[in-house]
Write a protein that binds this ligand. Structure first.
Ligand code: SF4
Length: 265
């Protein structure tokens, strides 16, 4: 079966345990204001013009967003790194976009990986039907599960999707005993004020004993130029990237709850 991916990153060390190969699947139902891969949102392959600076001159470079690949061929690409994965306790991570947006293709590749004994991480925003989520469970060793905003109204405002079904999916995974690492993008002025942090705590406290930990991801403004090239509105225009140090209070506050916390990204 064919699917659409937009990148393969090899030797990744922040996408799960050990050395990993990360596959980025094209397509996402969310529209997060801070998305730094806006070219990955559409499920349609496209070409866009990237500006590249060389010796003070600006050149245009055509960039493909998304390319079709057969599940067998993708598996062969993943398998190329198997020696590094097995020696480091690593594996493969499926990210996006939203990988569950192409469930049949994703599951076919994941099944091949599982049959070959390759550890699998699924990095998801949790937007999927109950059936799709259920089908992912036997194929996934560890979930990276995003909580974009703890307030239902603001979640809809900033991502264009509801929070409630995402939380239901989170609870389905936890009830099934799956390993789940929560990931929270920290976006200045959007979800990092005291009121929003309190709401995040209230959302996570009843679930803390069943999650592996929380990873806070500081906002990166690195995708800003892509919005211009894609002729999309960049609603984070002019807001600088956050430094990891700016999250140290958050780290302390959540560590005080007795959960493993890290700052990633
Ligand atoms: S879930 Fe990820 S890929 Fe999708 S819009 Fe949000 S940041 Fe972008």
């Amino acid at each position: 079966m064919k699917g659409i991916i937009f990148d393969i990153k090899r030797f990744a060390v922040h996408d799960g345990p050990g050395i990993r190969t990360t596959v980025f699947l094209q397509g996402c139902p969310l529209r997060c204001w801070w998305c730094h891969n806006p070219e990955s949102q559409s499920l349609v392959c496209s070409t866009w013009q990237k500006h590249v600076a060389v010796s003070g001159k600006i050149f245009q470079q055509s960039k493909e967003s998304g390319y079709e690949i057969d599940s067998d061929k993708l598996f062969i690409e993943i398998q190329r790194d198997e020696v590094f994965m097995s020696e480091s306790g690593g594996g493969v991570t499926f990210s996006g976009g939203e990988p569950l947006y192409q469930p049949e293709f994703l599951f076919e590749v994941m099944k091949l990986c599982r049959d070959a004994g390759i550890h699998t991480v699924l990095d998801t925003a949790g937007v999927a039907s109950e059936k799709v989520l259920g089908n992912s469970m036997p194929l996934t060793d560890l979930y990276f599960f995003d909580i974009k905003h703890p307030d239902p109204t603001l979640h809809m405002h900033y991502t264009n999707v509801s929070l409630e079904p995402i939380l239901r999916n989170l609870d389905r995974l936890l009830d099934a005993g799956k390993k789940v690492q929560i990931r929270v993008p920290v976006i200045p002025g959007i979800n990092n004020g005291p009121e929003q942090i309190e709401k995040l705590k209230n959302l996570l406290i009843p679930r803390l004993e069943r999650i592996e930990g929380i990873d806070f991801l500081p906002f990166h403004a690195t995708g800003g130029h892509k919005y211009q090239a894609l002729q999309m509105e960049n609603r984070m225009n002019g807001i600088p990237s956050m430094k990891k140090e700016e999250l140290s209070d958050l780290l302390e506050e959540f560590e005080g709850l007795g959960v493993k916390v890290s700052i990633g990204g």
